[in-house]
Each structure stands twice: as C-alpha cells, then as structure tokens.
Design a protein around this ligand. Structure first.
Ligand SMILES: CCC(=O)SCCNC(=O)CCNC(=O)[C@H](O)C(C)(C)COP(=O)(O)OP(=O)(O)OC[C@H]1O[C@@H](n2cnc3c(N)ncnc32)[C@H](O)[C@@H]1OP(=O)(O)O
Ligand SMILES: O=CC(=O)O
Ligand SMILES: [Mg+2]
Length: 371
C-alpha cells in the first residue's frame, strides 16, 4: 500500500505528475477497430469527430499472426491522423500474461504516447496488474518525454477481477474507468452461455400457477443476466471517482436488443459503451445522451427547487434535495455534451424553449392542506 502522500507523486523520475481527477470528456461510444485490417484502418481518419473514442484493438479479435501488424498499424494511423479536440485515441493492449503486452506498451508509449489518452488493459485480476502497468508507464513516459500522464482502463472479465473490483479501481491515480467484458467473464465464471453480452431467453422468472395448475398459461419475463455485475461495477467506479462502461454487444444485427442492453447500462449509471461495428455507433450515442424530455424535466425541477432545499410539488409529484441531485446529473451531462456535439446543443436548447413554466414552490401552509 502506498502512503496517501505518495499517491500523486510520479512513479519514475521525469514522468508527468499524476492527475487528481479523471478528465470528464464525453466517452459515450468507444469504437473498436483492428489496425491490421486494411479496410477498417482506412476508415479511421473519416471517423474522427463522429465517435468520442477511437480504440485501436490489439487483443482478442486480432489474429495471433497479425499482432505485430496491428501494433505497427496503430502507430502509423496515430502518427498520420489529427484526432482533433473531440475524439480521443485509446488502445486495448494484449493481456499481461501474453507474449505481446510488453512490446505493446513499450512501442506505443515511446512512439505515439503523446497521442494516446487511455490504455485499456484486459483480464485485470487485481491491483497488482495495475501497479505493474502504472510503474512501467511512468518509466516509458519519462523516456518519451511526455508531459501528460496516460490513463488506464481495466476490463472486468474474470471472477477474480470481480472479487477485487474495489482495489482495482483504487490502485492508481491513472485509473480512468472499467468496462464489462461479458464474453470472457462468462467463460471464466463457467456461465452456460455462448453469447457476447446481452441476455438469454432461459434466464427468466415465471408467474405462479393459477389454482395450482402448473401446466396452464403462465407469463414469463426474460431477466438481465448482467444486472448484478453492472450494478457492482457502477458502485465501485462511483466510489473511486472513475467511469463505468458497458462492453461489447456481439449480435451486430439485433440493433433492438443492443439498444435495450445499452439503455439498461445507461440507466444504472454507465457513461458509455463499446461499438464493434459502425451500425452500433449511433445507437450508443443516442442511448448515452439524455433525452430532450429528461433534460427539460430536470431543468424544471432545478428551477422549482430554488436554493436546492426543501420540498415542492411538480406535476403531482414530490421533488426535494435528493431528486434535485438526480436532475443535476442529467443537466450537467447535457451541458457537457452540448459543448462538443452541436446537434445535441440544439436539441437541448429547443428543450429549454419547450419547458413548461414552473409551478411556484408550494408554501408550507399549502403543503399542510395537501396532506
Ligand atoms: C467479445 C469480446 C471482445 O473482445 S469484443 C472486441 C473485439 N472485437 C472487435 O473489435 C470486433 C470489431 N469488429 C469487426 O471485426 C467487424 O465489425 C465484424 C464484427 C467482424 C463484422 O465485419 P464485417 O463482416 O466486415 O461487417 P460488414 O460487412 O457489415 O462491414 C461493413 C463495412 O464496415 C467496415 N467495418 C466493419 N466493422 C468496422 C469497424 N469496427 N470499424 C470500422 N469499419 C468497420 C467493413 O470493413 C466494411 O467495409 P466496406 O464497406 O467493405 O469498405
Ligand atoms: O473483452 C470483452 C469480453 O467481453 O470478453
Ligand atoms: Mg475479453
């Protein structure tokens, strides 16, 4: 364990000073591409500005004999591309127990460290994995003369990683966030599924039999296999001031279920998700941006709550300090997204115009009468 006084000191002489807060940049959609695939690589420059994050993937989904080509391809793309202010460049390196991880880190930080915002580390098992990457990154940053620390994002995709989730989140000031890795996590937990994310028709609840007739018609409802895991991840991230993300949704054609899964994660507190195919980009951007209706309602509550204390009635519902805090989450997110997304800025400005007038705060005497 490091002393609190040392936590924000660089881990190598000449390395940049660690950040005390994770920059709050939009990351609704983390778009994966394989830098060794010429067709995908060619599309990357044209995607700048259309996604919040472009992620050059070096790990799973890149063939073993293409690992070096993917790494070299990413270096080439990063050097040749201006990512502008609104699109970040991330990478997913190979697993720390693979023969490629060390070369991934060494090459990427020394060659394109000034362009890389976040390094995603797969199959993180505990704080020791983050400590290893943390020190190595500091040495490489010092060697490369970087002035800004590269942040670290861990994928939650082993049972051990789940058990150690809090210590992973708090292992380094570099920690930017966590993503759910449902495919590897399902395998590691020995879940009996064969899908990449999403739920399963066999995971359901059924209503009780009527008059003891167990064979009669009984409604069932499919449940979310990932509810516990996502909720756990959201709490751990919130506690440590870092960001939670859904991960891959592998059924590219089922855009409807993809949207549902993303929305569940958004409602539970995730800030973004991965897109594996261009068709998932707009879904992710739409779902992880609050709706105009929610923003308009949240603004009404903020206006109605005045100094933020006490209770008021709005549309027949009680609002108070706690519901105000929820509304502020929505309003602040809308304002942040408006700074980088002109279409959302317009949408949310229109929502302001459409906002119905706020009822005057209910006077204590009137509230008495309403009881
Ligand atoms: C499960 C655990 C994990 O680790 S998930 C993360 C790792 N997996 C990935 O990163 C997968 C990334 N995506 C892909 O490899 C492809 O999208 C897969 C799913 C294989 C589908 O590819 P394909 O059969 O070519 O799709 P398609 O014919 O519909 O493509 C249409 C055009 O779009 C392109 N495209 C496809 N995916 C991307 C992408 N991620 N980024 C940029 N471009 C993409 C295709 O190359 C194709 O281009 P064109 O029209 O032929 O010029
Ligand atoms: O890497 C992602 C996963 O689901 O596994
Ligand atoms: Mg995985």
């Amino acid at each position: 364990m490091r002393s609190a006084k040392d936590f924000f000191r660089p881990l190598a002489v000449g390395a940049p000073t660690p950040l005390t807060q994770v920059p709050a940049r939009p990351s609704r959609v983390i778009h994966f591409f394989d830098p060794s695939n010429p067709k995908m690589a060619a599309k990357v420059p044209g995607m700048v500005g259309t996604v919040d994050v472009l992620l050059g993937n070096l790990e799973d989904a890149v063939k073993a004999d293409s690992k070096e080509a993917a790494r070299a391809g990413l270096v080439e793309i990063a050097k040749a591309t201006d990512f502008g202010q609104d699109t970040q460049l991330w990478t997913r390196i190979n697993a720390l127990d693979s023969p490629w991880a060390l070369d991934d880190l060494t090459t990427l930080v020394t060659e394109i460290g000034d362009k890389l915002d976040v390094i995603m580390v797969p199959k993180v098992q505990g704080a020791e994995d983050i400590h290893y990457v943390d020190r190595l990154l500091a040495q490489l940053e010092a060697k490369a003369g970087l002035t800004r620390p590269i942040l670290v994002h861990a994928i939650l995709e082993t049972a051990r990683g789940m058990v150690n989730i809090e210590e992973i989140c708090g292992a380094s000031p570099r920690m930017q966030g966590l993503s759910l890795g449902p495919a590897d996590l399902a395998a590691d937990r020995r879940m009996k599924t064969t899908r990449v994310g999403g739920s399963h028709p066999g995971y359901l609840v059924r209503t009780d039999p009527v008059d003891g007739d167990i064979t009669g018609a009984r409604a069932t409802a499919q449940q979310d296999l990932w509810h516990y895991t996502i909720a756990r991840m959201v709490d751990a991230c919130a506690m440590h001031g870092i960001y939670p993300y859904y991960g891959p949704f592998g059924d590219i054609q089922d855009v409807v279920a993809c949207e549902d899964q993303f929305r569940n994660a958004f409602l539970l507190g995730c800030v973004g998700t991965w897109s594996l195919h261009p068709v998932q980009i707009e879904i992710a951007k739409r779902v992880f941006s609050p709706s105009a209706e929610d923003v308009a309602h949240a603004r009404r509550v903020v206006a109605a709550m005045g100094d933020g204390t006490g209770a008021v009635m709005l549309d027949g519902k009680m609002e108070d300090d706690a519901s105000l805090k929820q509304c502020l989450v929505i309003v602040e997110l809308a304002e942040r997204l408006s700074q980088t997304d002109p279409a959302l800025a317009e949408l949310y400005a229109d929502a302001r115009g459409a906002t119905p007038p706020v009822d005057p705060p209910t006077a204590p005497a009137a509230r008495e009468g309403a009881r």
